[in-house]
Design a protein around this ligand. Structure first.
Ligand code: GDD
Ligand code: MN
Length: 372
């Protein structure tokens, strides 16, 4: 059975329409609709009327606020082995539900996400600024949380998930409202499939998500990034890399500023020194923080040597990207370099993780094999 969870907060004009369109879309399916309502208007009365007419409709009326907890509370009372979530304001057209179900059955996916951001999809219902924030938020999620890369729309408030995949998060009380991210990072999701759809314009009631939700979102990301050590490591690596850039630039500025007139530093020498001090700076922090659990003091020189090789490969890749981009006529040179740097950060992270700081055999084992 499918349990469709509908979080509602002051959606009196929308619930009946949503009900009608949902029932039509799910015609022939075994399903229930669980409204999780925190409203202050008469939305719950409207839902009660629906429940009286159709026993498949249930109401969970709460005395608190919070979109994510509403969805989780809905999951808890749901009776289905398959769970779905949809907004109560019709921005997710209920007609997509039938298709989501069909795809779930065909692919046996743990998670099916309707996506605005794939060929055939349309984020149309979002206004200019909201769209920008949505895209920025999406990019941030994709950068920080590798699990989120399984979908093109990790900010979606609509999805279908198996109860088994969702069960690990039933005990949590997420800080933010992006329940899908919570699910992908903390849940037991192995196979995710995207289905394109067009996000609709809200025509009744108003959005409940204001500026504080942006801050909540960042806090939720910060919270989720610590769940998987791989994600934490990449964040630390990127942050340390950014401080390295600052060290590099500051040193270069200092050495070319005229203070050091007495010493015959050429610009080239200043650049060389600044780059190498920054490299050392990064190596020290990455060794003592990012990969501290993998470092063995007797192998520090080998790690250092490998670190330098990797860094050189990174700068080579940056130059290569710039060469290619300027070759195909990309005009903004600083942007070319920036894209090159992003590529290099990803490459060097991978290489450092799998080679420079490769988990060494525990000392004990080496001793034993030596004795044999
Ligand atoms: N129960 C409950 N409690 N429901 C809530 C609450 C709450 O505190 N806050 C909002 N809702 C309900 C709304 O009534 C609506 O049905 C749904 O959650 C989404 O809220 P909106 O206010 O319409 O959010 P939005 O349109 O700005 O954001 C939507 O798009 C985002 C992606 O761009 C939502 O679908 C988000 O979940 C989605 O991430
Ligand atoms: Mn909405």
């Amino acid at each position: 059975m499918l349990s469709l969870i509908v979080p509602t907060y002051n959606e009196r004009e929308n619930v009946r329409v949503l009900y009608r369109r949902t029932v039509e879309s799910l015609d022939g399916e075994d399903f229930e609709i669980v409204f999780v309502d925190d409203s202050h208007d008469d939305t719950p009365d409207e839902i009660r009327r629906l429940a009286a007419e159709d026993s498949r409709v249930r109401l969970l009326h709460r005395m608190e606020r919070g979109l994510a907890t509403a969805v989780i509370d809905g999951f808890k009372v749901a009776r289905g082995d398959l769970l779905a979530v949809i907004d109560g304001d019709l921005q997710h057209p209920p007609e997509i539900l039938a298709n989501l179900l069909r795809v779930q059955r065909e692919t046996r996916a743990d998670l099916v996400v309707p996506s605005r951001y794939m060929p055939g999809g349309d984020p149309g219902g979002l206004s200019g600024l909201r769209r920008l924030l949505s895209l920025g938020g999406r990019a941030l999620a994709h950068i920080l949380l590798r699990e989120s890369r399984a979908t093109t729309d990790p900010m979606s408030g609509c999805f279908v998930v198996t109860r088994d995949a969702a069960s690990p998060i039933l005990g949590s009380r997420p800080k933010g409202f992006k329940i899908l991210l919570e699910l992908m990072v903390r849940g037991d999701v192995e196979r995710t499939v995207d289905v394109p759809y067009a996000f609709a314009v809200r025509d009744s009631g108003e959005s409940k998500l204001g500026w504080h939700t942006q801050v909540d979102y960042l806090r939720q990301l910060a919270d989720l990034v610590t769940v998987n050590p791989d994600n934490t490591r990449f964040l630390l690596f990127a942050l340390i890399g950014a401080t390295g850039v600052a060290v590099n630039a500051a040193l270069f500025a200092l050495m070319t500023s005229g203070y050091f007139d007495a010493i015959p530093y050429g610009t080239l020498l200043a650049s060389l020194i600044a780059s190498n001090v920054a490299l050392l700076w990064n190596f020290i922090w990455n060794t003592t923080i990012t990969w501290r659990d993998r470092v063995r003091s007797d192998q520090i020189w080998r790690s250092a040597l490998r670190y330098i090789v990797v860094a050189e490969l990174g700068s080579l890749l940056t130059s290569l990207v710039v060469l290619v981009l300027s070759g195909i006529g990309a005009e903004i040179k600083l942007l070319d370099q920036f894209i090159g740097i992003v590529a290099a950060v990803i490459l060097t992270y991978r290489l450092n993780d799998r080679w420079t700081y490769l988990q060494q055999e525990p000392a004990l084992q080496t001793e034993r094999s030596a004795r044999r």
